[in-house]
Design a protein. Structure first.
Length: 158
């Protein structure tokens, strides 16, 4: 059996990632919806009380050492705003390979639109591991040689 990721059989070994838990009060990271999904839930590692208009960085209780060539994206769950009336302030957090020290705990920066309380172990966001973008070289041209679409935000109007 070759299944080492370098063979022609097509079977890839799972990506192995070192994870550190900063809290014993949160559930371990696991896939959302089992094998049907490729996202993982993250949980609040602290109780956070926010008043409308306040900003906070919510501790997520984990840190990871990502393999070379990979990064993690953290986004809110679809229920996050409806449940807690908070919005992630940076839209999508990108965790790169360099954020892997013993004190590099992942966090979720949020802004509260209403008074709210987030409890320890609440599932407030999700993440996935992605391959980094390949090296890119830009080739400057005078014309792009394609038909213009008609303006920004017009793809559904033609």
């Amino acid at each position: 059996m070759c299944h080492n990721g370098n063979c022609s059989c097509g079977v890839k070994e799972p990506l192995k990632i070192d994870i550190k838990y900063f809290s014993k009060e949160i559930d371990k990271v696991k896939k959302i919806g089992g094998e049907r999904s490729n996202w993982f839930d993250l949980r609040a590692a602290e109780r956070v009380e926010l008043k409308a208009g306040q900003f906070a960085k919510i501790r997520l209780g984990v840190g990871m050492k990502l393999p070379e060539g990979y990064e993690a994206y953290i986004v809110p769950r679809s229920s996050t705003f409806g449940t807690w009336k908070v919005m992630q302030t940076n839209h999508k957090a990108v965790i790169d390979k360099a954020y892997c020290g013993d004190k590099d705990e992942w966090m979720l920066p949020v802004y509260a639109f209403e008074d709210t309380v987030i409890e320890v172990n609440d599932r407030i966001c999700q993440f996935r591991i992605q391959e980094k973008m390949p090296d890119v070289v830009f080739n400057e041209v005078e014309h792009l040689e394609d038909k213009s679409r008609g303006g920004f935000g017009t793809s559904g109007k033609q």
